[in-house]
Ligand binder design. Structure first.
Ligand code: NAP
Length: 309
C-alpha cells in the first residue's frame, strides 16, 4: 500500500450503502476505496431471503446480493481492502483512517459502518452465546432443527426470525413485552397461522436458565408480575440494532440512540463526511434506503470535491 496515496473517497463499511456509494463514485471517475472488516454485505449478508429489494422477482439471499454489489462497484474500478478501522480523524485534511492494514487517506469519507444486534441485557447473555443464545436466525437457525426455541422481540426482525425458525425448529415461542407486534402487517397472518408458533405477550425474559448450555428462560408478565419458566434449547434475541458509531463519537453529532445525525443529503456535521445506511438518523432502515443513501452521498461528495459545500 502506498501510504501517501490520497483517495477521492474512502468508504467505511461494505454493506449495501457502502458498495452503492462505491459504484456511483467509481462510475463518476472518483478514486474510491472501500474498507470492510470481514466480507461484503454487512447485516444484509446474514439475511437468508430478501424479498423486498426490487429486481429479484423470486427474492435473493443477502450474501449473493452483497457479492453482486461488490463486483458491480469493482467493475468500474472501486477497490476493496479487508481491514478493521481503529481510528478516524475526520477533521484532518486529507481525512485519516487508521486500520489493521495501515493508514489510508481520503479527501472525502462515507461512513457506512452499519449496525449490530442489540443485547437483551440479561445476566449470562454473553457467556451463553453459541451455547443457546443467538442473534441471527439465518446464521444459527440450522443448529436448532427439531428443537424448541424462543424468539424475543416484536419488530420485523423478530417476526422474520420466528417465521424462518418455524420451518426448522419443532416449536417457536415468540416473547414480546407488549400485547401487539410492532412488525408490519404483512407478517401478522403468516405468524398467527403457523401451528408451531406460540406467543407469550406482555412478557420479558428475566433469567437465562442453563447448565453448560441454555436449558430455558424465566419470564415475567409485565402487567401482573407473574413469573413462569419455559424449557427451550435456544433463544434468538431480535430486539433491534445499535449503530456502529463508536469510531465517530466526539467527531460527528450523534442522536440519543447513537445514530449519526444527517438528513436525506447524508451530510454530517463535518464537510466531506457523509453518513450512509443504518448508521444515519432515518425513518426506515432497509437495503433499498441504504443504497439510496449511497447514491446521494456521492452526489454530495462530487459537489464538495468541485469546491462546493
Ligand atoms: P425494531 O423495529 O426496533 O424492533 C425491536 C423490537 O424489540 C420491538 O418490538 C421492541 O419492543 C423490542 N425490544 C427492544 N428492546 C427490548 C428489550 N430490552 N426487551 C424486550 N424487547 C425489546 O428492530 P428490528 O425488528 O431489528 O428492525 C430494525 C429495522 O430493520 C426496522 O426498521 C425494520 O423495519 C427493519 N427490518 C425490516 C425487515 C423486513 O422484512 N422488511 C426485516 C428485518 C428488519 P417494543 O415494540 O415494545 O418497542
Amino acid at each position: 500500500m502506498d501510504k501517501k496515496h490520497v483517495y477521492d473517497m474512502v468508504i467505511v463499511g461494505g454493506g449495501p450503502g457502502g458498495y452503492t456509494a462505491a459504484l456511483y463514485a467509481a462510475r463518476a471517475g472518483l478514486d474510491t476505496l472501500v474498507l470492510e472488516k470481514l466480507s461484503a454485505g454487512g447485516q444484509m449478508a446474514q439475511t437468508h431471503q430478501i424479498d423486498n429489494y426490487p429486481g429479484f422477482e423470486d427474492g435473493v439471499d443477502g450474501f449473493s446480493l452483497a457479492e453482486k454489489m461488490q463486483k458491480q462497484a469493482e467493475r468500474f474500478g472501486a477497490k476493496s481492502e479487508y481491514a478493521e478501522v481503529s481510528r478516524l480523524d475526520l477533521n484532518a485534511d486529507p481525512k485519516v483512517l487508521e486500520t489493521s492494514e495501515g493508514i489510508f487517506y481520503g479527501k472525502t469519507v462515507v461512513f457506512a459502518a452499519g449496525a449490530t444486534p442489540r443485547e437483551l441485557g440479561v445476566a449470562k447473555e454473553a457467556e451463553l452465546v453459541g451455547r443457546g443464545i443467538a442473534y441471527c436466525a439465518a446464521c444459527d437457525g440450522m443448529f436448532y432443527r427439531g428443537k424448541t426455541v424462543v424468539v424475543v422481540g416484536g419488530g420485523n426482525s423478530a417476526a422474520a426470525d420466528a417465521l424462518l425458525l418455524s420451518r426448522i425448529a419443532k416449536k417457536v415461542i415468540l416473547v414480546h413485552r407488549r400485547d401487539t407486534l410492532r412488525a408490519t402487517k404483512i407478517y401478522h397472518q403468516p405468524l398467527m397461522s403457523r401451528e408451531n408458533i406460540e406467543f407469550c405477550w406482555n412478557s420479558t425474559v428475566t433469567e437465562l436458565l442453563h447448565d453448560d448450555k441454555l436449558t430455558g428462560v424465566r419470564l415475567k408478565n409485565v402487567l401482573t408480575g407473574e413469573e413462569n419458566t419455559i424449557e427451550c434449547d435456544g433463544v434468538f434475541i431480535s430486539v433491534g440494532r445499535k449503530p456502529a458509531t463508536d469510531l465517530v463519537k466526539g467527531q460527528l453529532e450523534l442522536d440519543r440512540s447513537g445514530y449519526v445525525v444527517a438528513d436525506e443529503t447524508t451530510k454530517t456535521t463535518i464537510p466531506g463526511v457523509y453518513a450512509v445506511g443504518d448508521v444515519r438518523t432515518k425513518l426506515l432502515r432497509q437495503v433499498v434506503t441504504a443504497t439510496a443513501d449511497g447514491a446521494v452521498a456521492v452526489h454530495m461528495a462530487e459537489e464538495y470535491l468541485a469546491g462546493g459545500a
